[in-house]
Design a protein around this ligand. Structure first.
Ligand SMILES: NC(=O)c1ccc[n+]([C@@H]2O[C@H](COP(=O)([O-])OP(=O)(O)OC[C@H]3O[C@@H](n4cnc5c(N)ncnc54)[C@H](OP(=O)(O)O)[C@@H]3O)[C@@H](O)[C@H]2O)c1
Length: 297
């Protein structure tokens, strides 16, 4: 069974390069060899590799920039995904794809279920939803995993930004009225591999699933935990968690609207695969330990 991975250099793609290996040969592509924004690039690559499984970890993820580049975001997040789905439908292949909490408006009181109605409030969210719709419309075998607040030791992300700012600044203000589950790329890639095995054994039906860590926090809560853990590990920072000021979304305007509630219920995936997804703190602490214990100053 040959797997074709798009987005090999991203946070999730980097981890997938390891966790997909037990399933057979993996052909991994980054933007340097296949530019998903180029018409026909995806189809040409698929016809050359002829994969049994396509894993798409590539996406246009610059949420604010997408407001002024919606067509480019659409080419990558929807048109390229449609080409993958069409190949999968024609060739009885499986398409594994990732989507986002941004397909929801954030107005629900509790955690979002996979079947809840999407209502994206941003260009990024709209284009990611169009990608999901292209997959459903193609009729291909698919596993779509919606996740949230992704971070990894390798990539650029909120946690690394907070540690840098806590080292440089005398004051730090972070939004406290948006809640969600920080989810590590490592966890997403581990569960993807388990899900692929579950699908092949017939235990996991095709469909859309939520794949996030359990529990929830705010961006402020995440910043405080990351900073305090880094200090405990010997990182010299100017600010402690207690110094980080909580602000509201209105105090930190951004081009793209963000859901105030990004909590997603992953229980359908947990039940199908007999998993207990860990609390968000577990992998955040692991990641902080990885990046701070290697270089404590
Ligand atoms: N990051 C989050 O907080 C978050 C939250 C919810 C859902 N998600 C979803 O989770 C998935 C993985 O996200 P991530 O955080 O791993 O993303 P990421 O680190 O931003 O990586 C995205 C990858 O997409 C590739 N890419 C972008 N434009 C491309 C193009 N024109 N052609 C080919 N490749 C292109 C980039 O390739 P190069 O590096 O080779 O340029 C990059 O490696 C995505 O579907 C994303 O929408 C992410």
């Amino acid at each position: 069974m040959t797997t074709l991975l798009f987005g090999k250099n991203g946070q999730v793609g980097t981890e997938l390069q390891r966790t997909l290996l037990p399933h057979g040969p993996v052909v991994a592509k980054g933007s340097e060899s296949v530019d998903l924004a180029q018409r026909n690039a995806v189809s040409e690559c698929l016809e050359a590799v002829r994969p049994d499984v396509i894993v798409n970890a590539a996406a246009y993820t610059a949420v604010d920039k997408a407001e002024s580049e919606e067509e480019l975001a659409r080419a990558i997040n929807a048109d390229a995904v449609r080409a993958m789905a069409d190949y999968a439908a024609r060739n009885d292949a499986l398409l594994i794809h990732y989507s986002t909490d941004y397909v929801f408006d954030g107005d629900k009181d509790g955690a979002y279920l996979p079947d809840d109605s999407p209502n994206p409030q941003s260009a990024y969210g709209r284009t990611k939803l169009e990608g999901e719709e292209a997959i459903l419309g193609s009729g291909c075998n698919h596993l779509v995993f919606r996740t949230s607040w992704v971070y990894s030791a390798n990539g650029h992300n909120f946690i690394k930004t907070m540690l840098r700012l806590a080292a440089e600044r005398d004051e730090l203000k972070v939004v406290a009225d948006q809640v969600g589950a920080p989810t590590s790329a490592e966890l997403i890639a581990d569960v993807t591999s388990i899900a692929l095995a579950g699908y092949r054994k017939g235990h996991l039906p095709i469909g859309t699933y939520h794949l996030t860590a359990n529990g929830a926090t705010s961006w402020h809560g995440l910043a405080c935990r990351a900073i305090d853990r880094a200090i405990d590990n010997g990182r010299k920072l100017k600010l402690r968690g207690a110094d980080v000021q909580a602000i509201g979304t209105d105090d930190f305007p951004t081009p793209a609207a963000r859901p105030s509630n990004s909590r997603m219920d992953s229980s359908s995936l947990e039940q199908a695969l007999s998993l207990e997804l860990p609390d968000w703190t577990i992998h955040v602490d692991r990641m902080i330990d990885q990046i701070t214990k290697a270089n404590a100053s």
